[in-house]
Ligand binder design. Structure first.
Ligand code: SF4
Length: 452
């Protein structure tokens, strides 16, 4: 009966989906379950320029609405709390019964007294004793604090160089679409001497390819330093933890947690677009706790905790810099130690975002590698601009590519070198991440001509 009344009231008022793990107070009273990806810790990088959702462009991004309302009502800092994944035992059940039980535990008189009193601090302590207990179960214990890594020594060469203050170059090698590794090993050999680390994407654009895990192990065995990418889209909570323990045993220490593109932009037949079991913030939180507290999500101790250098992707132009910085702040609090950004073709536009991170004192807590791509053709530029969420190619760059004609690859390299040159002097930028888009043979030239 309570569940029916709850749905009848909260449905029309807040867009409630009866997830049974209510977060409304933290999300400016807009239900985040309207997000087609089921994101529970802020927006993905896919908001369209019109602030619509890239999965369903006829709808506004619900997280953008949450951020805007939080900003208007002074609730922005509440968005920093790391919220847990769903407890599926509670999905479809009411939350009100649980609230009543917690109020009784705290003391009904004490609770009502605090709610009507003018003492803000007392009100917040009593309020949290009810609502925080519900939304932050013991197996999660999320908060809005920064947690520095619990170890002093870098776990990888990639981390060592960044800590050392070097301007670091990472790149990406495209995983093969079959189990033939001839091209993969050739590409690794081609780029490894010129970069510190090599990323392997995890079925980018939701298209199946060789897994990032296999590519990372192959690279490691060849003496290169891999950055393993894990997309939440294809990851369950038990799978994530098991994979990390196993990969650590294989010497894989750099891990980039991403939410991953929606299956909507992948090939047919389209997989479930409804819900992710985890988002990237939750993955970071789970891995950070495995590393620093030596525990699995279920509370079991890990005798030898994994060594990890944790990273996240960010899309600086996905929304206004002030809003984007909130999401990035949350990722850093959850455990991100380095960011690899979406592709940047307009270096000056990056400044307001860096300023917002600086304002939040985040620049000394995170290493930032800027995504740079040499455009091989006008077609590639048009595709990126039109179809890749968060990538914006300014008109002057498009014009240069149009004008270049046959010389497009040369112009693309020139543009990339200009971007890198500007990045070298920006406060808060610690390196570049060359996304080759399948053009691995260009890495050596870019590194050499940029003087890196
Ligand atoms: S743009 Fe991303 S966060 Fe926003 S509603 Fe769509 S999937 Fe969710």
């Amino acid at each position: 009966m309570i569940a029916k009344i709850e749905l009848a009231v909260k449905g029309p008022l807040f867009g409630c989906r009866m997830c049974g793990n209510c977060l409304l107070q933290e999300t400016a009273f807009i239900c985040p379950m309207e997000c087609p990806k089921g994101m529970r810790n802020g927006p993905c990088g896919g908001i369209t320029p019109e602030k619509n959702c890239y999965v369903d462009t006829t709808r506004k991004c619900v997280w953008y609405a949450i951020y805007k309302r939080s900003l208007k009502t002074g609730r922005v800092e509440m968005l920093l709390e790391i919220l847990p994944p769903l407890d599926w035992n509670r999905v479809g059940t009411e939350t009100w019964g649980e609230v009543i039980r917690q109020v009784r535990k705290t003391g009904t008189g004490k609770f009502l007294g605090a709610v009507v009193s003018g003492n803000k601090q007392n009100k917040s302590v009593v309020w949290d004793s009810v609502f925080k207990t519900i939304r932050q179960p013991d197996w999660w214990k999320g908060d809005s604090e920064y947690h520095p890594p619990s170890f002093a020594e870098p776990v990888s060469e990639f981390e060592r160089k960044l800590r050392n203050g070097d301007f670091v170059v990472a790149t990406e090698v495209t995983p093969p679409i079959s189990s033939d590794i001839t091209r993969l090993t050739k590409d690794i050999e081609l780029v490894a001497p010129f970069v510190t680390a090599i990323n392997f994407t995890d079925s980018s654009s939701a298209r199946p390819k060789m897994s990032s895990m296999s590519c990372s192990i192959i690279a490691k065995n060849m003496g290169a330093e891999p950055v393993l990418q894990i997309a939440a889209r294809d990851t369950s909570r038990s799978g994530l933890q098991s994979d990390i323990v196993g990969l650590n045993a294989n010497g894989i220490y750099n891990v980039l947690c991403i939410t991953g593109d929606s299956p909507k932009i992948g090939p047919a037949p389209v997989a479930s677009m409804n819900l992710l079991d985890l988002d990237s913030v939750q993955m970071l939180w789970i891995l950070r706790r495995m590393r620093d507290e030596g525990i699995y999500l279920d509370g079991r101790n890990i005798k030898k905790p994994p060594k990890l250098f944790l990273g996240a992707a960010t899309s600086p132009f996905a929304s206004e810099p002030e809003l984007q910085a909130i999401k990035d702040h949350k990722k850093i609090n959850a455990g991100a130690q380095f960011f690899q950004t979406n592709l940047i073709f307009d270096p000056d536009r990056l400044d307001p975002w860096l300023e917002q991170l600086d304002k939040r004192n985040l620049l000394e807590k995170i290493f930032i590698l800027i995504g740079v791509a040499p455009l091989k053709s006008l077609k590639v530029a048009e595709y990126l601009n039109e179809y890749v969420p968060g990538v914006i190619i300014p008109e002057n760059v498009m014009q240069r590519m149009r004008k270049a004609g046959e010389g497009a690859p040369e112009e693309g390299v020139k543009i990339a070198l200009e971007v890198i040159d500007k990045m070298k002097s920006k406060k808060g930028v610690n390196g570049i991440h060359i996304m080759t888009l399948g053009w691995e043979s260009i890495v050596q030239r870019i590194v050499a001509e940029s003087g890196l």
